[in-house]
Design a protein around this ligand. Sequence first.
Ligand code: AMP
Length: 399
Amino acid sequence: MLNAAGKRALIRVDFNVPLDSEYNITDDTRILAAVPTIKKVLADGGSAILMSHLGRPLKEKLPDGSLDVQKFTLRHIVPHLSEVLGVDVRFCPETVGPKARALAESLQPGDVILLENTRFAAGEEKGDETFAKQLAELGDVYINDAFGTAHRAHASTAVMAQYFAPAEKSFGFLMDKEVVSANKVLHNPERPLTAIVGGAKVSDKILLLDRLLDSVDNLIIGGGMAYTFAKAQGGNIGNSICEVDKTDLALELLQKGRDKGVNIYLPTDNKIADGFSNDAATRFAATGSIPDGWEGLDIGPESIEAFGKVVLASKTILWNGPMGVFEFENFAHGTKAMAEYVAQATKNGAYSLIGGGDSVAAVNQMGLADDVSHASTGGGAMLEYLEGKILPGIAAIQE
Ligand code: AMP
């Protein structure tokens, strides 16, 4: 990260936190995640101009067509942010404009201001250069620490970087950790490298699966998407979630795995239910033998044990997507067990990256976030990075 001594550092953070109906922050993970970078700037002897979006204010306007400022203002964040930083954060009710300029000019080393929601400006999501330039002119250096939006070519996440010379821009600590973690898995893994991919649909993960088959030693497939593979192999899947138009693709992916010498592990047994509900009746069924009227909502004990053995023998692990409908307590067992195996493997010396929204939620829920090497803060961004795409927010810093 750059040295901000004597500089006004424009820091793009991700303060898109969940709020309750009275605008209390219900999960401050993202705020806490940005603190080390902000503190580093202040410790260098710089000042911080924080930029973030909150929600989608242009998509949820008031009936008269105006912005719902009360709902989407970043002012909600100021008290908690001041507390965790130990600094009185000043709020600027504009994102750009004369007030923002005046506040920016008044900054002394150690000061922090928070600009109003970047998405109040129509130019933000469009990546408008005029808006990006106005933002850039508020500071001397630019730090991007918002990995969660790195896959968007928005004004504050990517476009404004062009107004800074290479030495005047850098990743923050969080963004750096995300990129280093993903690169370690993608380009420099200690082997065996195992990917665990789950979640609802094959279609959401096609690119990921295809890319992973080029590099992994083991691929574990669980969650809803496993039923498309079971169907493709001619099994009975009852009412389990399935994308019938993706069965050919599933067979192609399996063939690619064989061609590349990848060990592919699919569930051999399933916890099935007579409805999509936590209270449904349950039993276990072998893969391919799910009776009509029943659906697979979790992997079964045999699969858990088999997957666990592979995970524990791995030196690098990437996990994206839950093994079942983990939102229902009765079908969270497979996902929880995998989280425990990944934590155990990490304790034994493996490197583990939890690279997706729902698997990160599961690891957090279980209090295991500190027991894995890295739990990514950016679901969509991490997925795209792992698919091999160039993310605008990363490219803009690395140019
Ligand atoms: P994704 O966002 O693609 O990682 O998918 C996560 C979602 O997949 C979660 O909401 C899970 O409830 C869902 N899911 C996982 N396994 C199943 C399953 N067997 N049947 C239906 N949905 C599932």
